[in-house]
Design a protein around this ligand. Structure first.
Ligand SMILES: [Zn+2]
Length: 138
């Protein structure tokens, strides 16, 4: 009787560990998909740029201004995609070293719930807050 109860307990514990590791595998799979998606978006952005290889100087100042604005908008989007991609690749690199889900700063486990929402998180909530506070102090 006691042995069986103990057995059930161990099974439950293993199930929970399985759930956590499959949640982790799931998050890593989503990250890999996101990386491919970001790379594809960046590729299509640079295709757009090479297509608009028309003369840069025209006699219409208004058109030039609009053109420049579009160019700047694209540059901002591009930079955002690059930043995202860097972070996603960084999280994936950590997963290859079996460090996925471990906070880079304090070494504690990042709560699985946080990883579900932000699969590319490499910091726990409090270390992330500290970094942001440091960044905004500048
Ligand atoms: Zn931390």
């Amino acid at each position: 009787m006691t042995a069986q109860a103990y057995g059930n307990d161990a099974t439950q514990r293993r199930d929970r560990a399985d759930q956590e590791s499959s949640a982790r595998a799931d998050a890593i799979a989503r990250l890999a998909a996101r990386r491919d998606d970001l790379r594809a978006q960046l590729r299509s952005l640079s295709d757009d740029e090479s297509e608009s290889g028309r003369p840069r100087f025209s006699n219409h100042l208004a058109e030039d201004a609009q053109d420049q604005q579009q160019r700047q908008g694209a540059a901002v989007v591009r930079q955002m995609l690059i930043n995202d991609l860097r972070q996603v690749e960084h999280a994936l690199e950590r997963s290859e070293r079996e460090q996925y889900g471990i906070c880079e700063d304090c070494g504690h486990d990042i709560p699985p719930r946080r990883l579900v929402v932000i699969p590319d998180a490499t910091l726990c909530v409090s270390c992330q807050a500290q970094r942001e506070a440091r960044r905004s102090a500048h």
